[in-house]
Design a protein around this ligand. Structure first.
Ligand SMILES: Cc1cc2nc3c(=O)[nH]c(=O)nc-3n(C[C@H](O)[C@H](O)[C@H](O)COP(=O)(O)OP(=O)(O)OC[C@H]3O[C@@H](n4cnc5c(N)ncnc54)[C@H](O)[C@@H]3O)c2cc1C
Length: 502
């Protein structure tokens, strides 16, 4: 049996989750003078680990292994689908690789040319100042030059690719592509941090906020419901279950920022039913949970005749819009790291290898048929319903990955490196760990739950700040864009609260 108690504090904005999106929202809200309660389902101390870097090269990394979720999970689409998650302070940034490319103006244009269902309610210029705002928190290394498919960010440490990349970059440029260093968080820094990656959003962003005394962080609080008041026409409280004691608590609030990750955010909102919203909070048009998407990911290793540098790693952009079907493209991110360095030492050319490995991040046009839903026949550990994931990659995604692979080989061939593919594989659905789109932004509530400021169309005091909000997924890694959206939405929320619009 669960006990239930009320906590005073209805002036509070509740942030759910301390992954990068929740952390970015918390930073923005606290700096604006708002009283924040951050509810984190993970337990204190779970973000532990140790990472040491010298000049951007990781020399020590002690971390927990990442796990997949199986409990309470039904896979209804591609049976190979995997769901990685980490219910811990910092969420998946306990494990991430720290690549932070911006979306480009072309990414929004690509979505628009695919039709109304795919059109974002914002454009690149709306997001640009917010990239500028969050990037300094990330101490990014990369290039200060922009390409149409990869705008330069606020770079802390400028880096350029090894000389052998010049011919490849020239070949790419003549075909409307760019080859740049991958923008990486803390990518050239010497630093030690007590977490499993160089940037854990809880350790790097939330912990310093806690020292200001302006945020109340509560661990082990699994939020189970957002409580809608029909009389007040807003969410007035959240319900959270203590994972250690099982006690339920009702936490009154003025507004809520949901950032539990694309799957758990949709699940939580679907669980939040009421007379006004029997199908989930704000789900007036049946789109909550739909349009789930991920990055189809390919692994490619190519042998070459001349040793090629891997530090900094190269980012080969997607093909130009006029060479692709709308919403189907892929980028190539070169592999790098200390084990490659050791291999290169053993081969006698430090920092260079006669083969180059790449992760190819592809796209899929979001479809209403791919979704997150509740599965009432199963139970999750907190006693809430199980979850169903239905997602499979369309054939065009595989074609886009293969086209990017062939283009990579072609560019290396034009640079006279005699490329030979030694590994090519496409990983199971979910392997990119970039789920998104399950509570998307759209100008029309018929196509998306959120408006241009990440507020629910139907519930004005709830914003969804994580990648669930993405209208479409570009081929870029999602964290930076989720953080920029979260900060932007949070500033608007503060304005709404101050104006009394909520
Ligand atoms: C190995 C690996 C490499 C990656 N590399 C990159 C990369 O290079 N670049 C990139 O952009 N992305 C990368 N990613 C993906 C990236 O880590 C995720 O996209 C990102 O962390 C998602 O952020 P989020 O805040 O939406 O969710 P999460 O990071 O999942 O955080 C969600 C938070 O909410 C909490 N939570 C969940 N449910 C509840 C609830 N009901 N109540 C309270 N709290 C709750 C969780 O404990 C967690 O703290 C990688 C991921 C992995 C695993």
């Amino acid at each position: 049996m669960h006990s239930q108690s009320d906590t005073p504090g209805d002036e509070t904005v509740v942030v759910i989750g301390s992954g990068p999106a929740g952390a970015a929202a918390a930073v923005q809200l606290v700096n604006a003078g708002v009283k924040v309660t951050l509810l984190e389902a993970g337990l204190a101390g779970q973000a532990r680990g140790l990472t040491a870097r010298v000049g951007g090269l990781t020399v020590l990394r002690l971390h927990r292994p990442i796990t997949t979720r199986t409990e309470g999970l039904t896979i209804a689409g591609d049976p190979s689908t995997i769901l990685y998650e980490d219910i811990a302070p910092g969420g998946l940034t306990n494990h991430w690789s720290c690549a932070v490319p911006r979306f480009s103006a072309d990414d929004f244009l690509d979505a628009r040319r695919a039709g109304e269902a795919y059109t974002w309610p914002i454009d690149y210029p709306d997001l640009e100042p917010w990239y500028d705002r969050v990037e300094p928190l990330l101490q990014i290394s990369g290039s200060r030059a922009s390409a149409p498919q990869l705008p330069a960010g606020r770079i802390r440490d400028e880096r350029s690719l090894g000389a052998e990349w010049r011919k490849i970059a020239a070949a790419a440029a003549s075909e409307g592509q760019a080859v740049m260093p991958v923008p990486y968080v803390y990518g050239a820094r010497t630093t030690v941090t007590r977490s499993g990656t160089v940037f854990n959003s809880f350790v790097r962003l939330v912990k310093p906020l806690m020292r200001t005394g302006r945020i109340d962080v509560r661990y082990g609080k699994q939020v189970t419901e957002l409580q809608w008041s029909g009389a007040a026409r807003r969410v007035t409280a959240v319900l959270a279950r203590d994972r250690q004691t099982g006690a339920d608590e009702r936490i009154p609030c003025r507004a809520v920022v949901v950032a539990a990750g694309a799957v758990n955010t949709a699940k939580l909102l679907l669980q939040s039913t009421s007379g006004d919203f029997p199908d989930g909070l704000g789900n007036s048009h049946g789109v909550l949970g739909r349009y789930l998407h991920d990055h189809p990911i390919g692994k490619l290793v190519i042998d070459v005749n001349t040793p090629l540098a891997f530090t900094p790693a190269a980012y080969v952009t997607r093909l130009a819009l006029d060479r692709t079907v709308p919403l189907f493209a892929a980028s190539c991110l070169q592999w790098s790291g200390v084990h490659y360095f050791v291999r290169s030492l053993l081969q006698g050319h430090p920092g260079r290898l006669r083969s180059a490995g790449f992760s190819l991040f592809g796209t899929m046009a979001p479809a209403a048929e791919n979704f997150v839903a509740l599965d009432p026949t199963k139970r999750s550990s907190d006693g809430s319903p199980g979850v169903t994931l239905k997602i499979s990659y369309p054939a065009q995604s595989v074609a886009a990955l293969e086209a990017a692979r062939d283009q990579m080989v072609h560019l290396l061939d034009r640079a006279q490196l005699e490329p030979k593919v030694s590994l090519w594989m496409i990983d199971p659905v979910g392997s990119a760990i970039h789920f998104a789109g399950s509570c998307r932004m759209h100008a029309s509530p018929a196509f998306g739950m959120l408006d241009a400021w990440n507020r629910m169309h139907a519930v004005r005091n709830v914003i969804v700040a994580d990648s669930a909000a993405f209208t479409t997924g570009s081929e870029k890694n999602p964290v930076l864009t989720a953080m920029a959206l979260a900060a932007r939405a949070s500033e608007r929320l503060v304005d709404d609260l101050r104006r009394g619009d909520i």
